[in-house]
Design a protein around this ligand. Structure first.
Ligand SMILES: NC(=O)C1=CN([C@@H]2O[C@H](COP(=O)(O)OP(=O)(O)OC[C@H]3O[C@@H](n4cnc5c(N)ncnc54)[C@H](OP(=O)(O)O)[C@@H]3O)[C@@H](O)[C@H]2O)C=CC1
Ligand SMILES: CC(C)(CO)C(=O)C(=O)O
Length: 310
């Protein structure tokens, strides 16, 4: 397949490298020194599961020179969404579709408002990956599972294709039965991990192992669960236990550290508005108290635009 990776960072670099190894034609959309390094030296993925070096790698910032692709993996930070989705338009032919792997629960709607309904599939992924240095991605943990669903929740040729390409690339691609349940199940993990993790500077497994922090993590997960329930999203009852299983079974070496925690350490902008901000606002709207989430939101807000000297 001809696949464009819009945003070759932690997530896009990880997935793009895996799919390139499986034989797909990957066009890495990147910018700045990272783009220069990929053009010169290729893209390196450093991972406990085995390092990969894609060299030469096709990379560009200019999406008008790419032509139509079959699939776009949408992997930019939420604050870059509007500009990046507009830049996807020149790469979209009549059958092209987008799989968004952005965190949060609003990405599909944000993309659809630009590319039109029915072009975007929602996805969620349970891995930790980040840009180590220009041209180099580190994959530090997670279970390599990617779930995805059409907006109407129906199986489709497109979800079959995604199952095939991810599985052939050594990942686990699973069609979810319900988009909102899929997104909110991850949001239960993400909002707690990203909020309490960034405030305490800890990975998920470290928080679970700390008797002072674990109750905060669990309370934050419960808040997301309660907001979802108030919205009528039927999350399975044992979802928090399942999330804890994912965290604990990964162990220290394959630990899930929140990308927001890594971004805070590096002084980068945060996705706070679409994670803690969204949950805080929904809690207020549905009259569900979210004290842990709202505290994280308030405390992290001054770092949301990034810091000059981290
Ligand atoms: N990293 C992770 O472990 C996980 C991340 N996610 C989600 O995936 C999404 C991506 O996160 P992550 O991979 O961490 O982000 P990164 O910041 O690592 O990567 C995004 C990359 O896209 C580049 N970019 C942004 N806009 C453009 C553009 N218009 N043209 C070219 N390049 C562009 C950025 O460049 P620049 O640096 O110059 O801004 C950056 O290199 C987020 O929503 C995140 O929450 C989900 C699961 C896990
Ligand atoms: C690591 C993980 C899976 C959960 O926090 C994530 O999606 C993120 O932090 O971006």
């Amino acid at each position: 397949m001809r696949i464009a990776v819009m945003g070759t960072g932690g997530m896009g670099g990880f997935l793009g490298a895996k799919l390139a190894m499986a034989g797909h034609e990957i066009i890495f959309i990147a910018r700045g020194p990272h783009l220069d390094a990929i053009k010169k030296h290729g893209l390196k993925l450093l991972s406990n599961a085995g390092d990969i070096h894609i060299h030469p790698a096709t990379a560009t910032e200019d999406t008008t020179e790419v032509g139509a692709v079959d699939l776009i993996l949408f992997c930019v930070k939420l604050y870059d969404t509007t500009a990046a989705v507009r830049a996807c338009l020149p790469m979209m032919g009549s059958d092209s579709f987008i799989l968004t792997l952005q965190n949060g629960v609003e990405s599909v709607d944000m993309l659809s408002s630009v590319v039109g309904q029915g072009r975007t599939i929602g996805g969620s992924i349970y891995v930790s990956a980040s840009i180590e240095s220009p041209g180099v991605i580190t994959h530090s943990g997670g279970n390599n599972t990617i779930r995805f669903a059409e907006v109407d929740n129906q199986p489709s040729r497109r979800t079959e294709i995604l199952e095939d390409i991810f599985t052939q690339a050594g990942l686990v691609g699973i069609r979810a039965e319900n988009l909102q349940v899929m997104l909110w199940s991850k949001f239960v993990l993400l909002s707690a991990n990203a909020g309490v993790g960034a405030l305490t500077d800890r990975s998920a497994a470290q928080m679970v192992a700390d008797p002072l922090v674990k109750p905060l993590l669990l309370a934050a997960m419960q808040e997301a669960y309660d907001v979802a329930s108030a919205m009528g999203i039927p999350l399975p009852e044992g979802v928090i236990d399942r999330v804890l299983d994912v965290i604990v079974s990964n162990g220290e070496k394959q630990d899930l550290i929140a990308s927001q925690c890594l971004d805070l350490r590096k002084g980068r902008p945060l996705e706070l508005e679409w994670i803690q901000g969204t949950l805080h606002r929904l809690g207020q709207h549905y009259d569900i108290p979210t004290p842990i989430t709202s505290t994280c939101y308030a405390a992290l807000k001054r770092f949301a635009s990034g810091r000059q000297n981290p």
